[in-house]
Structures are given as structure tokens and as C-alpha cells.
Ligand binder design. Sequence first.
Ligand SMILES: [Mg+2]
Length: 320
Amino acid sequence: MTVKKNPLLIHRREHAEALLEKYDNFLFDCDGVIWLDEKIIEGVKDTLEFLKKNGKKFAFVTNNSSKSRQEYLAKFSSLGIQGVTKDHIFPTCYAAVQALESDLQVPKKSKIWVLGDSGIEDELEEAGYIPVGGTDARLNQAFRADHEFLTVDPEVQAVVVGSTKEFNYMRIASTLQYLLWKNKTIPFIGCNIDRSYPGPNGLILPAGGSVVNYMQYTADRDFINVGKPSKVFLEAILAKNGFDRSRTLMVGDTLYTDIKFGNDGQLGEGCGSLLVLTGGTTPEYLHQFLQNPNHYDEGESMIPSYVIRSLGDFVDIIQS
Ligand SMILES: [Mg+2]
């Protein structure tokens, strides 16, 4: 088996200039790339402004389903990042709704059972679906076998599971009833496969993929992953923005979601993934991974084309 060559480390001006020359469109992951929790990463605002001034186009693609596009808009604005509109933002709560509409053709006004935060509920409502479960306060109660939510609502047509910090036994048990219902045949959408994410104060915290995989295990059935590295998700983003695949670069901090997304999608003529080291992938882990990518499941597809210490460094490097 052939091993791809190591990624190019972007640290000199000519490297940054070559990137600027080769790509017109940038897909940015958010957690660990643009911000860490509620704090923007140093230099990122300047880099984004520089790219925009040079005519580059952006989309923000996050596997975090907790916030709707509307809430992400408010976050970009509160962090001082200007010029972002709803059309630029692709969280997986929105991807889940697109999957219901386009791929699964679930009729509007259907009820959809939610295990996850309000972002999923808001996007469902905006598209004309009726979310049930989700943040309903009755699910915050201690488990009771006679709880009303343990009886399935026959109008529910699908289940969407994503990130939540309100993962309790009532929610697990009620969601399981829908996943088992009708001999496990109603669609089960998982918003992401992320195990963890970089939180505040250097903490690594459990991410939505842990919730999805918990439900997959207890229901003993597979889910439709609508988040990165899903090719369906990538095609929808490229089409909506009119981005030329060969001139598009994916920028992210996670090998098995972001980098695989860019590589599997053949962005940048097969050279379209840039890893940043400000999030979940440490330099030590990257080094260990590159020693023997074949040791990892689908490892070859997770080798980044480029590495940069931080997206915030880009503007300094190109102006050095
Ligand atoms: Mg990330």
C-alpha cells in the first residue's frame, strides 16, 4: 500500500501565497478553528478579513448541532466577524433537516422526535416540521416507567439525534422507544460522529457523536450520518454556494471529520484539506498518526494536504 507524502507545513510566505493562488473558496470548521467555546482564536478575524479583501468566498461547516443558523449568526456577530449571512452557515441541525426534506422526503408538518439541543428544534420548525421531545422540560424529570413520553406518538415520522448537555435517562429511554418502534424502520438521523471537542480552559469534552453512538448501541441499529465527513453534506454545500470543487479548501482541526471530508470530497483536485493545530489534534498526535496512517481505520483518507499552527497565523505569514 502506498502512503501519501506528509502534509506541507504552511510557515513561509511563499506557502501562504501559493494557497491564495490555488483556492477561491474556503470551508471552515468552527470549534477549534475559528473559536474555542465563546472566545475567538487570536488572529482569525484578521485572516478572514484578509481573505475576504482578496476576493475569497467562505462557508462555515460545523458538526455541532446545538445552535441553529440564526444563533450562529448572532455568535459570529458577537465575536466581531462581519459579513457572514445565514447562507454561509452549515451546522448539522440544518443538514438533518435537509436530509429529511430531500433524501428521505418526509412530508412537511410531520412530527420528528429529537434528542438534542434547541438548534435542531429551531431548524425543524423553520422548515415546517413539528419537533417533539428535545428540550421539553418534562424530559428533565427522573425516570418513571409510567412517564407519558415512554408511549410512542404514532404521528412521529423520524428521529434526529445530536449534541446535548441534557443527556439523561428519561431522554435515552424515550428516544429508544422510537428507534425500536415499527421494527426499527423509522429513519434515524445522527447529526455527527465527533467523540469530543476542545472546550474552555483546555478541557476536552464529550461531543454529539457520543450521544449518537450511545443510541446506536442501545437500539442496535445504524444511523444516517448527516455531518462531516458525509459526501451528501459536502455536495449540498458546494451546490448551494456555487463553489468549484477544484478550487475549494476545507480547513479543520479534526482528522476523521474535517480532513476526511475534504479528502473524500476530492476538494482542490485531491489536495484540499488544511489542518489547524488550535483544536482537537495536537502536534504530538499528528506526528504519531503520520508515522503510520495505515494503522488507523481509513487512515489514508485522513492525511491533511497542509498543516498550519493556527488559522490566525495565515495573515502574519503572508505579510511577513
Ligand atoms: Mg472542530
